[in-house]
Write a protein that binds this ligand. Sequence first.
Ligand code: BGC
Length: 665
Amino acid sequence: MDKNDIKRLIGELTLEEKAGLTSGEDQWMTKAVERLGIGHARTSDGPHGIRALDYTDPKANVTMPAVCFPTAVTTASSFDRDMLFEMGEELGSECHAYGVDVLLGPGVNMKRSPLCGRNFEYFSEDPLLAGELGAAFVNGVQSKGVGTSLKHYFANSQETRRFTSSSEMDERTMREIYLPAFETVVKKAQPWTVMAAYNKIGGTHATANKTALDEILRKEWGFEGLVVSDWGATHDRVGAILAGTDLTMPAEDTDMQIVEAVKNGTLPEEALDKCCERVLELVFKAEEGRKVSAEFDPEKAHEKARKYAANSMVLLKNDGDFLPLDKSEPIAFIGAFADVPRFQGGGSSHIIPTKITGALKAASEKGCKISYAPAYDPATGKTDTKLFTEALDLAKKSEKTVLFIGLPDSMEYEGGDRPHMKLPEDMNRLVEAVCTICPDTAVVLHNGSPVEIPWADKPKAILEAYLAGQASGGAAADIIFGDVNPSGRLAESFPKKLEDNPSYLYYIGEDDRVTYNEGLFIGYRYYESKAMEVLYPFGHGLSYTSFEYSGMDLDRWRPLDPETETVTVTVNVINTGKRAGYEVVQLYVHPDHVKMIRPKRELKAFKKIYLEPGETKNVSFTLGKRAFACWDPVSHGWTVEKGRFGIEICRNAHDVIARRDLWTR
Ligand code: BGC
């Protein structure tokens, strides 16, 4: 079906049918027009698994079990584009098995505060990382003939008053922080759909925001797909169509408003036709996509989910190479999350898993001798005298302990933000007590967003497992016992306390106007610019091996003309340890002698590489204009100042390994 066929088809539709096409048939599907052979396109959440209704009997409203892959906060820490592509392929194939045409994800919103209840569904506080990984994921899913929905466009960084609040920020902040991840995914992957967020942007709902949808997304970035409202985010059907929201989801009984508006001349019929054209393009793309052959095996997918989780978890601390543990020594596992991990967040992305692997079971499958005490109620994170005493008794008897703690489900979910950044009090108490009795303790954390870790100096090791999907426990055991060498790096900063976070004074706002007063200074952009110590910086993560860098070089020493030239940066990385492992090479740009107010350092390129012991690889990055540019609010475009830029190869956002200077002209 080409564009002309679609136009012809639109010519045959009645006005009522056209209006109908711009809203859902039910919770998930677009409307069919049977007399013209127009079928449905079926959507489903997303993003890290399929929350698919049993469509053979929709009235029963039963969600089918599906593989719960690691959530975005976890996969972001992989810094691994190839992995995100492959996970996308898996999900795309699974969509075929469930009759899903469009998977609702990924979410590339920026993590403005650690408190956002949906942070676990988003990748990062850094737009480059979120955009690159989002693009890889979309390309993977779509390679299987299944669409995606890039969400939530845009400036949707809090859950409190998400339907009514207006995100207010200056033009630079919008262009440099809150838009680029969407821009990258659109330009590199052309998602079939983009989902307009619930919130307002600068006073206008995202679904009615012509600047965001028409001028920026379509005209500037060249988005070719369909804009769908977040579920229930359209407040004005006619306004949405005029702004460029093609499809309002789910079903609404407001289609007649559109019919009337066309009849009374307030809505030009061509605008409605344009939306119908995009809906039909989606429907026919979905039809074509269903012909793509895809195989899906839940057992194999579970093993892949385990591999992705292990490739993503972040070893935050490992004093004296405490980890990995020896499989032959007796170990105590303390904490109910060792048995059933917390592996996903609450809300629309909640998956009914096909199975769950806990660390306890995974460790015993490896032949390890594990004793266990639950220590707390996993639903609340609270302990009682019996559970607490039992746990301490076990710690007392044990040479080595692994403590599994984190945030319970009730503390992290869509629709609400956390009131604070703390772990449950009882869990903090437990760590202190266990580490005092048994200093040889490692802590495994399950949480979807940073938490305050007041006891960080107590255990020998800390593994940030995040919300790592249904195979989470297997992945944690693989790292704990050394079958996998950890290679995750934090995709967000861990401040020492909530008050240190740059959005702290303004987050959630006092009424529906939410001002982003910290502007460009989100996450590490703030901590680095202020020289503020954090607990763990963005990009931090340890390995069981060690890497050294040498010979950093630029392919030019003369000043760069950013309009016409690029610069290539090369560096050698050697694995100086005894184990094979992955290293994430991180390149930041540090504007030095410039006039504009800019963050001290910004991630501009990264690559994950595999090195055998003793092996050296030469890594190269080519940087173009955008690596040096900032948004000029006067000319409303990207501009590169004349000045000096430090090009820095870093271990993380704080730790610079090597630097070369480049002047621009
Ligand atoms: C969420 C979306 C989700 C949609 C459909 C909304 O409440 O914000 O992320 O895709 O529901 O479940």
